[in-house]
Design a protein around this ligand. Sequence first.
Ligand SMILES: [Zn+2]
Length: 65
Amino acid sequence: MVEGYCVTCKQKGVKIKNPVISKTSRGGFIAKGICSKCNKTKVCAMMSKDNAEKAIKSGDAKKGY
Ligand SMILES: [Zn+2]
């Protein structure tokens, strides 16, 4: 499960719906998707390489890089 901060819900740890993980220019990993609580706000979350690969492998997130 991939979680991030939603600015609409003002809540940390909201589940990101259909997250896609991409790489940043600095070699980090970032997951982007829609907040599963309000279903409208884009939520991003920085991820470690380990967590990003784990989420992709388990099918929680799509690989976008
Ligand atoms: Zn939200």
